[in-house]
Structure formats: structure tokens, C-alpha cells
Design a protein around this ligand. Structure first.
Ligand code: CP3
Length: 357
């Protein structure tokens, strides 16, 4: 498929550690409930799933934050739970309670029956990718994404968000082979899912390991990172003559930075507990870094927000060859005042431009 020529490649260049005129910025969950226009589209669609499963609506909300702020990348509007939904678990959203599966994986039989879904069931995702890429008209690159096998499996086994991960950790400690089987199927499915997004037009892909950080050292490597590595090794990263960079983000994964680098990703996403200067020293020029302001910093004053942005950019230090993509350390809160996002994006661009000269 032919797409409009890319006008702003600063994000892709930074990921490949090439020279950039300023530090590019985008925000995890940049399309969402903190924007009134998102809530209006969601009301039109009837529900979050109605929104995410309709490529026209998904395109509309993906572009909304770009119309407000001069962001350097767009991210597909979807969810990490669409893949297990296609695996037959029955995704639903209960108002105020977040995602829930009607058929979580609990018994040996549930696990034996789990299979890689026919990717045609996720056609609406790939159609949205192509449609967004066309509608972007080359403004900025489009990021595709999936959850890490571990994080997606947390929801598949718990059936919903959890505070103690009791079900999945019980399986991990008592029946590890059963858990490995779920992770293996999910990893294969995730690789196919991301490859389809790349074929449909995604110009970078990100793996969200939101709950890897709840694992013990040693078990993180075995139950989360090993499967992220498997996914990455199967990605078709050369598409249409260009490289598709892979960003790997484990929330709470700062202690395992060197291990994460060895998974084969091009960039590591970091949360706000990590100092970027120290992280950079640890990874050298092997990968780019993405992050890492605390999303709650957006509840500060304009001055406070600008100061935090400068601190993060200064921590990363002198930029000769890109290597830094500015982002939050986790998703933006639904209560964030949009005006504060303008201050953040403006400060990233203006302050970093003076340093990239
Ligand atoms: O970043 C973007 O703008 C792209 C869209 C995106 C969504 N979810 C939309 C969404 C992305 C990248 C995700 C990823 C996702 N989904 C993750 C990994 C990232 C992270 O935040 O850790 C996880 C763990 C999920 C699972 C999920 N989906 C939860 C826990 C929830 C409920 C959270 C809440 O705030 O209510 C969702 C729903 C969801 N996914 C919303 C959005 C905008 C809110 C739904 C709504 O409109 O009511």
C-alpha cells in the first residue's frame, strides 16, 4: 500500500540514534478521556469497545491529540486486550471498574484449548492502522503496539485488573508449565499481531509490559522478558525498505535495564523512578531511551511542569545522536488539564532545540 510521504521523522530518527534538531515527544495514552473531544466521540460510539472496534472512530480519536498539540508521533487507538478478546476470552468493560474477561483461564482444560487466533478476527485493528496512516497524511509516524505476553496473561488469568496477582502467581509457583504454555501461545500470537500491524502501515511498534515490575528478580527474566524476546525475534522489522524500530517498556523494570536491552529492542521505555543519565551510562549507545516524567507532574503549576521537563532533558544530557524520545513514565491520567500538556510539549521542543544545535 502506498502512503503519503513522511514530513516529520524526528521520532524515528531519535529511536535510531541519528541526529535530530530537537527531542521528539509523544505521550502514553495521549488519546483518551482527558480530552473532551474524545469523550464526545466515545459517546457517539456508545462505548470504549464500540470506539476501538470501529476504524473510522479509531482514526478520529487517534488524530485528536495531534490537532491540539504538536506531538511527534501518533499511536494507534486500540487496547492491549483486543488480542485475548480475539482468543475467545470475551472482553467487556464495566463502568468504573475497567476491563473484565467473561472466560478467564483457570483450568488445565482452558489452557489446553487456548490457540493463536485467526488474524482476520483482528482485521478492524489492521484496517484502523491503514486508515490512520492515510489520514495522518505524513504529519508524523504511526506507532503500533501490543501488550507483553506476561501483562496480557495477567488479565487472561486474573480475568480483570488485580492488586496482588494472586491467581497468576499461584499458577506461576504451583503449575509453572501451565503458565509457560499460555505465555508461549500468547507470544506467538503477539508476534503475528504486530507483524500484521507493520504490514498495515505501523512505522514503529511498542510492547507494553505494564505489570512485569510485579515479578521477583529471576522470575521477571523467565516469565516476562523471555517471551518479549521471543516476540521481538519474530518481528519483520524491514518493511517497504525502512526499518521499523521496536520499543520495549516494562513499568518498574529499571533494575533490569541491561537484561531488557539484550531482548533485541531498539529503545527502552522507562518509568519515572529511573535517572536517565545513569540509565544512559548503563546502556551506552546500544539503544535509545524513552521517558520518563511522572504523569502526575502534569498536575503541577506551569512553572513546575516546565522545570520537570528541563530536569529530564538535562538528566539525559548532551544529545549528539538523538537517542531520547520524551514521554511520560506511564499513561496520562484522565483528570489531566489539557492546557498543562501544551506547556509540557512546548517546553520539550523549545528547551531541547537549544541543546541540539
Ligand atoms: O496511548 C494511546 O493513546 C493508545 C491507546 C491505548 C489504550 N490502552 C486506550 C484505552 C493503549 C496503548 C492502551 C494500552 C493498555 N491497555 C495497557 C498498557 C499501558 C498501560 O497503561 O499500562 C493496559 C494495561 C491496558 C488495559 C486497560 N485498558 C485498562 C487497565 C483500562 C482501564 C483503565 C482506565 O483508565 O479506565 C483500559 C481501557 C482503555 N484503554 C481506555 C483507553 C483510552 C479508557 C477507556 C474509556 O474510554 O473508558
Amino acid at each position: 500500500m502506498a502512503f503519503p510521504v513522511l514530513q516529520n521523522d524526528v521520532f524515528l530518527r531519535a529511536l535510531q540514534r541519528q541526529h535530530v534538531p530537537y527531542t521528539p515527544v509523544w505521550l502514553m495514552r495521549q488519546a483518551g478521556r482527558y480530552l473532551t473531544e474524545y469523550n464526545e466521540t466515545r459517546a457517539k460510539a456508545g462505548s470504549f469497545l464500540g470506539l476501538a472496534k470501529n476504524p473510522d472512530f479509531a482514526t478520529e480519536v487517534t488524530l485528536q491529540p495531534l490537532d491540539r498539540f504538536p506531538l511527534d508521533a501518533a499511536i494507534l487507538f486500540s487496547d492491549i486486550l483486543m488480542l485475548p478478546d480475539a482468543m475467545g476470552l470475551g472482553l467487556g468493560f464495566v463502568a468504573g471498574e475497567g476491563p473484565q474477561f467473561a472466560r478467564p483461564l483457570r483450568t488445565q482444560q482452558d489452557v489446553e484449548q487456548l490457540a493463536i487466533p485467526d488474524m482476520n478476527q483482528l482485521r478492524y485493528v489492521f484496517d484502523a492502522v491503514s486508515q490512520i496512516r492515510q489520514s495522518l497524511n505524513g504529519r508524523v509516524p504511526l506507532i503500533g503496539f501490543a501488550g507483553s505476553p506476561w501483562t496480557v496473561t495477567c488479565y487472561m488469568v486474573e480475568g480483570r485488573g488485580s492488586s496482588d496477582y494472586r491467581q497468576i502467581k499461584t499458577m506461576m509457583y504451583a503449575q509453572p508449565a501451565m503458565l509457560h504454555r499460555i505465555l508461549e501461545v500468547t507470544a506467538q500470537a503477539t508476534a503475528q499481531y504486530l507483524n500484521e500491524q507493520i504490514r498495515a502501515g505501523a512505522q514503529a511498534v511498542m510492547i507494553f509490559d505494564s505489570w512485569g515490575g510485579v515479578l521477583a528478580d529471576g522470575l521477571y527474566q523467565q516469565f516476562s522478558l523471555a517471551y518479549i524476546t521471543k516476540v521481538i525475534s519474530q518481528l519483520e522489522r524491514n518493511h517497504d525498505g525502512v526499518t521499523v524500530p521496536v520499543i520495549s517498556f516494562t513499568k518498574g523494570g529499571g533494575l533490569w535495564l541491561e537484561d531488557i536491552v539484550s531482548s533485541g529492542c531498539d529503545a527502552v521505555g522507562l518509568d519515572w523512578t529511573v535517572n536517565l543519565k545513569q540509565a544512559r551510562k548503563r546502556v551506552g549507545d546500544r539503544v535509545a531511551l524513552q521517558g520518563n516524567i511522572d504523569p502526575m507532574a502534569l498536575f503541577g503549576t506551569e512553572d513546575g511542569i516546565r522545570q520537570e521537563v528541563r530536569r529530564v532533558i538535562d538528566d539525559f544530557g548532551p544529545v549528539t545522536n538523538g537517542g531520547h524520545v520524551f514521554n511520560l513514565g506511564h499513561g496520562i491520567s484522565q483528570f489531566t488539564p489539557p492546557q498543562n500538556v501544551s506547556f509540557l510539549v512546548d517546553e520539550v521542543h523549545s528547551y531541547s532545540a537549544s541543546k541540539h544545535a
